[in-house]
Design a protein around this ligand. Structure first.
Ligand code: ATP
Ligand code: MG
Length: 205
């Protein structure tokens, strides 16, 4: 089964993806945890290009193409082979992030983005997507409370994050079958319990 975690920066995706992975490991369920962009040698190199601070001139389209190339390699090299072997594949961000950030946030044409998402992944759609939902205001608060990551979030405006956040909600509404929206302001434990309950049901464990 293919499970993805989505949400704006600092919403709590990585925290929950890791907790779910540890839970599945404790239950002896074969599983792997991946993060985007990354997860293969090629994808990690692409990640460096995308995240490098000196590349301020990168256009939204270039950025989107790089994310898609990284994702394409990850799908072929890691995700599909593991799904074939019966693993639960947990991915920290996937194509919904491109739709939310590059289209809803960055202004790229929605239809074109959805088409490229489809091409890059061979239309491999997650069985389950958790949207950890917090407002950009709360995310900024988290960023300033913890210090280190303030720069990254402040380099983009609150207006941009509002568009991304609303974009995620719209994507969830359009894909109700696979999306579960969780209030990211609940405690880590509360969110974890909700996720475990849903995954248990899906996996019959
Ligand atoms: N439910 C929660 N309540 C309060 N703080 C949380 C919660 N979940 C995570 N955090 C804290 O918020 C910060 C961001 O969490 P995390 O790294 O999991 O988010 P993320 O969505 O993966 O962020 P990024 O997009 O930057 O990778 C961390 O400091 C984490 O400890
Ligand atoms: Mg993270």
């Amino acid at each position: 089964m293919f499970i993805t975690f989505e949400g704006i920066d600092l919403s709590g995706k990585s925290t929950q993806a890791k907790l779910l992975y540890e839970y599945l490991q404790s239950k002896k369920v074969k599983s792997i945890l991946l993060r985007e962009p990354g997860g293969t040698a090629i994808s990690e190199k692409i990640r460096e290009i995308i995240l490098a601070r000196e590349h301020l001139e990168m256009t939204p389209l270039t950025e989107f193409m790089l994310f898609s190339a990284s994702r394409s390699q990850l799908v072929s090299e890691v995700i599909k082979p593991h799904l074939k072997k019966g693993f639960v594949v947990i991915c920290d961000r996937y194509f919904d992030s491109s739709t939310a950030y590059q289209s809803y946030g960055g202004g790229l044409d929605l239809k074109q983005v959805l088409k490229v998402n489809e091409i890059a992944t061979g239309n491999l759609v997650p069985a389950l997507t958790f949207l950890v939902d917090i407002s950009p205001k709360d995310a900024f608060l988290r960023a300033s409370n913890r210090g280190g990551q303030t720069d990254r979030m402040e380099s983009k405006t609150l207006k941009f994050y509002n568009k991304v956040c609303n974009g995620f909600k719209e994507i969830a509404n359009k894909n109700k079958k696979r999306f579960v929206v969780i209030n990211g302001l609940l405690t880590v434990k509360q969110i974890q319990n909700r996720i475990t309950e849903i995954v248990n049901k899906k996996l019959n464990i």
